[in-house]
Write a protein that binds this ligand. Structure first.
Ligand SMILES: [Zn+2]
Length: 212
């Protein structure tokens, strides 16, 4: 996509003005649940609830964004499921990503800069891990950039919770979000686009602003 094509998109779609200060030090990149449990075969050795859209382009965008952040040593946080068997009595979903198993490990293709922080969670909401939540608050981050899975579950719950815990604006990188159910993905992308503090941004826009 050329810059002219980007600028010709409807204004509500790209929010260029709000993006101009995206690289300030109070912005954090948060990567949710890119673990083997959610990777489709053959990308993951242990697919449990595979997200079908984790393809080569998805992987390219995720790692490109991580590399951009790393190139400026900007903060990067991974937060991923690590369940106990008892969690599934409450969660109404099939067992997946059990603590200390291969399924709960990040997929092998995901870049992990040496200074990145790693947290685990046992519910849909990353902020249910108080260490994660306190870390976000202690660093006074006001903007969060989000990638990962699943759009309608852990992305949604974690994003809404972050907005109650110090984060003012959330930017989701469109090509780097996926859901087990493509129809649920589509539905929540629209919900987020209508949210006053959540912005869906295409990767070329992020790249363009990063390079300015
Ligand atoms: Zn889970």
């Amino acid at each position: 996509m050329s810059i002219n094509q980007i600028y010709s998109r409807p204004p509500g779609d790209v929010l260029l003005l709000r993006l101009q200060d995206f690289s300030t030090p109070d912005s954090v990149l948060i990567i949710i649940d890119l673990i083997n449990a959610f990777g489709p075969s053959p990308i993951s050795p242990t697919p449990e609830l595979p997200v079908p859209t984790i393809n080569e382009h998805f992987q390219y965008v995720v790692n490109s964004v991580i590399s951009l952040w790393e190139s400026q040593r900007k903060p990067i946080i991974f937060i991923s499921d690590a369940h106990h068997q008892s969690d599934f009595e409450r969660l109404n979903e099939p067992p997946h990503a059990l603590y200390n198993t291969k399924a709960a490990e990040l997929m092998s293709w995901v870049l992990q800069p040496d200074y990145s922080k790693h947290f685990t969670k046992r519910t849909y909401d990353g902020c249910s891990n108080h260490k994660f939540c306190k870390y976000i608050q202690s660093k006074k981050f006001s903007k969060a950039y989000i990638m990962g899975t699943s759009t309608g579950v852990c992305i949604k719950h974690t994003a809404l919770s972050l907005l109650k815990n110090g984060i003012q604006q959330i930017y989701m990188i469109e090509e780097a979000l996926g859901d087990i159910f493509p129809s649920r993905h589509k539905f929540y992308i629209q919900v987020f686009k209508d949210h006053p503090r959540i912005h869906i941004i295409p990767y070329p826009i992020l790249l363009f602003h990063f390079q300015k």
